[in-house]
Design a protein around this ligand. Structure first.
Ligand SMILES: NC(=O)c1ccc[n+]([C@@H]2O[C@H](COP(=O)([O-])OP(=O)(O)OC[C@H]3O[C@@H](n4cnc5c(N)ncnc54)[C@H](O)[C@@H]3O)[C@@H](O)[C@H]2O)c1
Length: 267
């Protein structure tokens, strides 16, 4: 079990403070793709990282690999739809590392299908994971940030919710909800030293993108790269770099924003 040390805090006066080191970060969906890239990036900068994912074995293996490189990470099996499981996992993170200062919500599922053919069960599942799962995770950790007077929240939404997308109404609606939740929380939490921003990626080269390609949802990562203004596909490291910045002290005046990381495609 990694050694537990308290966060390094800089007191700013008037009840304000910064957590400058030994930060504790929770990344949902940390076992794969964008969440994995973000977990690796935060671990590399010295944050203690908890990877929460429904693929528990994979999350634990990723954490083991990170720890073998000198990081402090833990992998936990959680279905973000299950509030009791989310709360229990956050308690494990607190016992292992201390209060949670950073939350990144990347757990999500893709979906496609014409609007008239979407069945209620699929609509409910997509909304439950992508939107309600984000709600559960954030409501479970925000009290730590309120108590500390400092926090960083980054949600992973989707560029499809910025401009719309045909045959994906459930997915797009769920991600539009994530953007709106982000904006609402940003205003509510801003006076408490907590910033809340969203990254709405365009197509990023991950297992989800390849599954969509195989299922014929979109023409493929390479085809998208060819028409992207920067002429390459996005990779998890692109999202992770922006996320690291949003979680930094330097980003303290940025909140409620949609930070597009999209190679200039969806402007
Ligand atoms: N890849 C893209 O092109 C793209 C574009 C826009 C937005 N996004 C969003 O980025 C996020 C990450 O996607 P990705 O491309 O890395 O996909 P991915 O499939 O590689 O990773 C998603 C992770 O979420 C986990 N997950 C799924 N359901 C879960 C649940 N109920 N509880 C806990 N964990 C769960 C999966 O096990 C997986 O590890 C998603 O929210 C996705 O909607 C991806």
């Amino acid at each position: 079990m990694p050694a537990r040390r308290g966060p390094v805090v800089r007191i700013l006066g008037k009840g304000m403070q910064q957590i400058v080191a030994n930060r504790v970060a929770v990344v949902t969906g940390g076992a794969s793709g964008i969440g994995l890239g973000i977990s690796e990036r935060l671990a590399a900068r010295g944050d203690r990282v908890a990877l929460l994912d429904v693929q528990g074995d994979v999350a634990r293996k990723v954490a083991e690999d990170l720890n073998a490189k000198g990081a402090q990470a833990v992998g936990l099996e959680v279905d973000v739809r299950d509030r009791a499981a989310v709360d229990a996992a956050m308690d494990t993170v607190r016992r292992t590392f201390g209060p949670i200062a950073i939350a990144v919500t990347s757990a999500g599922v893709d979906a496609d299908g014409s609007f008239t053919e979407i069945v209620w069960e699929t609509w409910e599942r997509v909304l439950a994971i992508n939107l309600s799962g984000t709600f559960h995770c954030l409501q479970s950790v925000v009290p730590d940030m309120l108590a500390a007077g400092w926090g960083r929240i980054v949600t992973i939404s989707s560029s499809s919710a910025q401009h719309g997308a045909a045959n994906r109404a459930h997915y797009v609606a769920s991600k539009g909800g994530v953007i709106a939740l982000t904006k609402a929380l940003a205003l509510e939490l801003a006076p408490h030293g907590i910033t809340v921003n969203t990254i709405p990626p365009s197509v990023i080269d991950t297992p989800m993108a390849h599954a969509g390609q195989a299922a014929g949802h979109f023409p493929g990562v390479d085809a998208v790269a060819a028409v992207t203004p920067v002429r390459r596909a996005g990779v998890p490291a692109d999202i992770a770099a922006a996320c690291e910045f949003l979680c930094s002290e330097d980003a303290g005046f940025i909140t409620g924003q949609q930070i597009g990381v999209n190679g200039g495609w969806y402007l």
